[in-house]
Each structure stands twice: as C-alpha cells, then as structure tokens.
Ligand binder design. Structure first.
Ligand code: ASP
Length: 368
C-alpha cells in the first residue's frame, strides 16, 4: 500500500525525471539539446530511509541503517554494513574466508558509488586486505581515479594504513584443494571443443556443446541505501568466482556492471555470474530502465532477460532445457525508497532495513 502510493508519486515525476542539474549548464549552440533532457527533473524522496542488500546481507543492512540513523553518509554507512560480511569467515563468497583463485590465492573485488557527488571508487583483484570496500571508498574519497587493481590496489591500501592479512581460511584451502584434486576440465580455460573460435582467432559457427552446469561458486554482497535527503549510494564486494584464473576481475568492481548509482534515479547492483553481468552492463541497464519509468522489480527482470538473450548465444552456457546454466540476481533501490530484486531462478532472497525493521524478502524470478 505504502509502496503503491510511493509508486504513484514516482510515476507522476518519472516522466520528467533524470538530470535536473543539466538545465543550468549552457551547452554550445551547436549542441541540439534533446527535448526529454530539458524537461527532466530529479525524483523526490519523502524522507524514507531504506537500505537493501543481497540475501547474505541482513546484518549489513541493519548496521548500515543504524549508521544512517546516526547521521552517517550513505556511502560510509553501507561500507560499514558490508564490512561485517567481509570479515565473516563463514561467508565463502566475500572477503575473509572467500574461495581463492586457481592458485589458491584469495583475490577480492569491490566498488562504491556515492550518488550526491557521482563519484565512484573500486579495487580489483586485491590481495591480503580484509576490507576491499573500505579501500574502494578511499579511492573514491582521496583520489581522482575510479579503479585501482592488483598490486597497486594493495600498495594503495597499505599506504592508507590497512593491515596485511592472510585471507585464506583452512576451510577455503581445503575446498580449493578438493577442486584442484578433482578438477579435470572444471576450470575457466575452455577446451578447444568449448570455444567459438579457433586458436588462430577464426570464428566457428557450429558450436553445439551444451553444458549441464557451471561448476563454480559465485557469491557476493551488494548493498545500497537512500537517506531522508534522497542521497543514494551503492556498494558491491566479493571474492568473486571461485578458482578463477589469477587476475580475473568480475562485475563487482566495474561501475555500471556489478553496481551503479544515479542520484536522480536510484541504485542497482548484481550478484552471480559476473561475466554475464559485464556483457550486459547490468546495473546501468537497471537504473536506466528505472529512469524510463520501469518499476525496480521489472527493471531487474528486464536486465535479466537481456542477459539471457546475450549470454545464451554461447551454447555452452545453456542447459538442456534451454535455460541459462548460471544464476544472476539484480537488485534495485529507487530514490523514492521503492525497491525490488529479481533472480533467474526462484527462492532467492534480498535483505532490507527501513522504518519497519529489517527482514528478508523474496526476489522475483525470471523462470519458474
Ligand atoms: N558477481 C561475482 C563475480 O562474478 C560473483 C558473485 O556474485 O557470485 O565475481
């Protein structure tokens, strides 16, 4: 009911939303300003504070919400929230305890975006640092860059006083060892008969190999929030795809893929097969769909449809029943506090904290 009223308010303004600030900018007389842009006005937030996260983020949204209540900036609050999951050795998809790459080394990816300043910071394939989202926030706050990767990201973190920490837990090492001992073809190096290309770069058009399942573990935390001032921020942090090729960077630290914020519209994020999300500019696609007036849940489903259409062109990613052999979950939080999430398959949940408390909600699903 409350969501319905908010939705109506949103739809009244959405047709004229998006980039209100641009009206103050004088473009060159040679630039024809699109009519739509001239009439756009920012969305309103009526004072609702809302924080959402992936299903593993119940404690994270509680922490972020509590911090926002005490006046913390939205970006700072969500980075604190996801820090709980980054430090949790039992979550084998994020931070400490995360599953390592194929060499047994834990490499983490994270990104943060701050709506009010439209600044972003991210780190890719960073090693030995417990809180990559905090490092991403430092990139955002203290540099003119957006993304720092690998050794450079580690050195940057050390310069800011982050401690060196071995992130490989005994449980994760054992899991990696089992994978190493049994992997046969279960790695990310495609067999020649899995490729759509010859070694010489010639396109092969007859690849028909269908894969029954993708043998890797995905997992990540995405978290986004809006405060009473309508300030929106988003954050995604992960140890990425398990047993990945060293140096592989997923969607989580890529602005517009695993996370995106437009302060006039809202925030979006993704978990699941990062390669598919990158190839669809997933989070950007969700915010743009919301800018066109689509509801958050529909915007997420819309992005998933695109992902299915694009990535199932690779036959090895399709199951026998024609559905994708991987999952992706998209999350969306609109500036007016309306939120939604959608997964490829049923039973996924997402976490929320708002004035009614914190709880897990069901994600919509693209397939039954
Ligand atoms: N999206 C992450 C990645 O591909 C993993 C995940 O969310 O499960 O690195």
């Amino acid at each position: 009911m409350e969501q319905d009223q908010n939705r109506r308010r949103f739809l009244q303004t959405s047709a004229v939303s998006v980039i209100g600030a641009s009206s103050a900018i004088a473009f060159s007389k040679h630039v024809s300003t699109h009519e739509e842009l001239e009439t756009l006005k920012p969305l309103k937030n009526d004072g609702d504070m809302v924080c959402i996260a992936s299903g593993n983020g119940l404690q994270a949204v509680e922490e972020a919400y509590a911090n926002m209540k005490e006046g913390a900036d939205t970006a700072v609050a969500i980075v604190k929230g996801v820090g709980i999951v980054e430090a949790d050795p039992n979550d084998m998809s994020v931070g400490y305890g995360g599953l390592p790459n194929e060499e047994g080394v834990v490499q983490l990816d994270a990104s943060v975006m701050h709506g009010p300043t439209h600044k972003a910071g991210s780190v890719g394939a960073i090693e030995n640092i417990l809180h990559p989202a905090q490092v991403a926030l430092k990139v955002l706050q203290t540099t003119d860059h957006v993304m720092i990767v690998g050794e450079g990201a580690y050195e940057f973190a050390r310069a800011h006083g982050f401690e060196k920490k071995d992130l490989l837990t005994e449980k994760a090492r054992q899991a990696w060892l089992r994978w190493k001992q049994t992997r046969s073809t279960r790695d990310d190096w495609l067999d020649p008969d899995q490729m759509d290309w010859t070694q010489d770069g010639e396109r092969i058009s007859h690849v028909e190999r269908i894969q029954d399942s993708i043998p890797f573990t995905y997992g990540t935390i995405h978290c986004s929030a809006v405060n009473q001032l309508g300030e929106v921020s988003g954050c995604t942090t992960t140890s990425g795809l398990s047993y990945k090729i060293p140096g592989r960077v997923g969607d989580s630290p890529i602005i517009g893929a695993g996370m995106y914020v437009d302060n006039d519209i809202g925030a979006a994020g993704a978990t699941g097969r990062g390669e598919a999300v990158i190839q669809a500019c997933g989070a950007y696609a969700v915010t743009e769909a919301m800018a066109r007036g689509m509801e958050p849940t529909q915007a997420c489903l819309n992005a998933l449809k695109k992902i299915v259409k694009n990535s199932t062109k690779q036959r090895r990613l399709i199951r026998e029943d024609g559905r994708p052999g991987f999952n992706v979950i998209m999350y969306a939080l609109r500036k007016d506090g309306i939120h939604g999430a959608a997964a490829m398959f049923p039973r996924a949940t997402y976490a929320i904290a708002d004035s009614k408390g914190s709880r897990l909600l069901k994600c919509a699903s693209l397939f039954d």
